[in-house]
Design a protein around this ligand. Structure first.
Ligand code: BG6
Length: 500
């Protein structure tokens, strides 16, 4: 259900950065122009640059026009007039006094009742410092609610994430900490729950008796762009698997919640991680593939290798691709492999989940023709949004042949693939205090525990060595072999929309 957002001030730390421009300003604007955010709100943009309020408002308006085509300029201007700018050194106590003064004025002018949302869209090294000062300098000491949104990465392993969490929890309770994973804001990721629990026909066969395997692919065509400084340290494992890929696994594998309440849903997701098999070194070697893109061609253009990208160490062993075979050792999933793969500079930009069903008890058809396909339920997360079910039917006419047919629902996405939509939903939720689609600390801790075993096997040389794949391909041969040895292959992503 869509609710209007209560009066509040939003403080964006990192307001001159890319995320604020590409995602946050357009997302807030969408909430405003849909009438979900009324006139009583203010946004304080914080960064180290020298800006005036006017210049900042102009910047916000430009970002919105650039990323939200067809906007109404007057409306954007009115919206941007709610924005204020503060130059701050977030490591200096005195900066926070100015922030407090400004927020107090805005509380009065916009009747925000002391409700404050702090959004940390800046370098992770400040994630611990800012909440500490917000509390020690009394900024969180109002009659309203105080919530903090933390971007990824939340630490870089379990010890660092634990330390960060302890720091933040000195100032904010778990219920007021919103750890963002933008995949949880995607329309079709949220839809998994409805498809599964809203359709008895699926839920009754959603188990190891009827499901053969699950595949989750999230491929990108972009390379590392200008983010080498960050990416060299994270690689695909920390950048995509620890968060987005595991979140999708959880949504597919979780048990039905008792109620559609945040804690019920998050409890069930955590249980999936508790049943996820945590690999030893030998299992990492067998089940986790890492690779890096070499030069290749994409959409007819030659593209360089990862090692040739700006600011990448020419000897770098950072992985830009990961494929893995995961096991969930519980009653529902024992014996059903979950294959995941994600990478940069792949042939297509696509995120898709494929549930492959087992064949029927009698081989009435499938032994007789190669055209037989197992039943597949595909959840198209992006660029198209929808769901399709592959069935076998008889082609028209006098034939006993088989024809795989697709029943497809295409929830035509109205925006482009890097749309601010996920952020719009997530901002809406946290302004309303709904934490369903944010990651709880126990989820984060368990996912790091799982990932740390892979990182350490790679670091001590017991994991599989890095291999290479040409840019514009769907990954290295080793990733195909992961499935081939089980008699399976990756399902190629379907492409419903032609414009991406
Ligand atoms: C981000 C990663 O979290 O997700 C990026 O840091 C990646 O490296 C991006 O490109 C992918 O998001 P989306 O929504 O485009 O699939």
């Amino acid at each position: 259900m869509i609710h209007s957002i209560p009066n509040a001030s939003i403080v964006i730390f990192g307001a001159t950065g890319d995320l604020a421009h590409r995602k946050l300003f357009p997302a807030l604007y969408q909430l405003y122009q849909k009438g979900l955010m009324k006139e009583n709100f203010s946004v304080v943009g914080v960064s180290r640059k020298d800006f005036s309020h006017d210049k900042f408002q102009q910047d916000v308006a430009e970002a919105i026009s650039e990323h939200t085509p067809g906007t109404d300029n007057e409306k954007v201007k009115t919206f941007a007039s709610h924005f204020y700018y503060l130059k701050m050194d977030v490591t200096s106590e005195s900066s926070y006094h100015e922030l407090e003064e400004l927020l107090n004025v805005l509380d009065r002018d916009y009747h925000t009742n002391g409700n404050r949302l702090y959004y940390l869209a800046m370098a992770p090294r400040f994630f611990g410092t800012i909440p500490t000062f917000l509390k020690s300098e009394g900024i969180t000491n109002t009659d309203g609610w105080q919530r903090i949104v933390i971007e990824k990465p939340f630490g870089h392993d379990l010890p660092s994430a634990t330390k960060l969490n302890e720091e933040i929890q000195q100032s904010f309770g778990e219920n007021d900490i919103y750890r963002i994973d933008h995949y949880l804001g995607k329309e079709m990721v949220q839809n998994i729950q409805v498809i599964r629990f809203g359709n008895a026909i699926f839920e009754s066969i959603w188990n190891n008796k009827y499901i053969d395997s699950v595949q989750i692919t999230s491929s990108e065509t972009l390379g590392v762009e200008d983010r080498a400084a960050y990416y060299e340290k994270s690689g695909a494992l920390l950048d995509m698997v620890q968060n987005h890929m595991l979140q999708m696994v959880m949504m597919i594998a979780m048990e039905p919640p008792g109620e559609l309440k945040p804690e019920h849903i998050r409890d069930e997701k955590v249980k999936v991680l508790r049943s996820l098999r945590f690999f030893n070194e030998e299992e990492v070697r067998k089940n986790v593939i890492r690779a890096q893109y070499s030069a290749g061609s994409l959409k007819g253009e030659d593209v360089p290798s990862y090692l040739q990208e700006d600011n990448v160490d020419p000897q770098s062993e950072t992985e830009t691709f990961v494929a893995a075979k995961l096991f969930i050792d519980n009653f529902r999933w024992t014996g059903v492999p979950f294959y995941i793969r994600t990478g940069k500079r792949m042939a297509v930009k696509s995120t898709e989940i494929v549930i492959q069903f087992k064949q029927g008890p009698m081989a009435l058809y499938h032994a007789k023709t190669e055209k037989y396909q197992p039943n597949l339920l595909r959840i198209h997360v992006q660029p198209d949004e929808g769901v399709s079910l592959t069935l076998n039917a008889k082609p028209k006419g006098d034939t006993s042949d088989l024809l795989p047919i697709d029943m497809t629902y295409n929830n035509k996405s109205t925006t482009d693939m890097n749309s601010p939509e996920a952020y719009e939903k997530l901002l809406h939720d946290c302004l309303l205090g709904n934490s369903t689609y944010f990651t709880r600390w126990d989820e984060v801790a368990l996912s790091w525990e799982f990932i740390d075993r892979i990182t350490s096997a790679w670091q001590n040389g017991t994991g599989a060595p890095i291999t290479f794949y040409p840019s514009g391909s769907m990954g290295p041969a080793e990733s195909d072999n992961l499935l081939n040895t089980d008699g399976l292959s990756w399902w190629e992503p379907t492409k419903v929309r032609e414009d991406v």
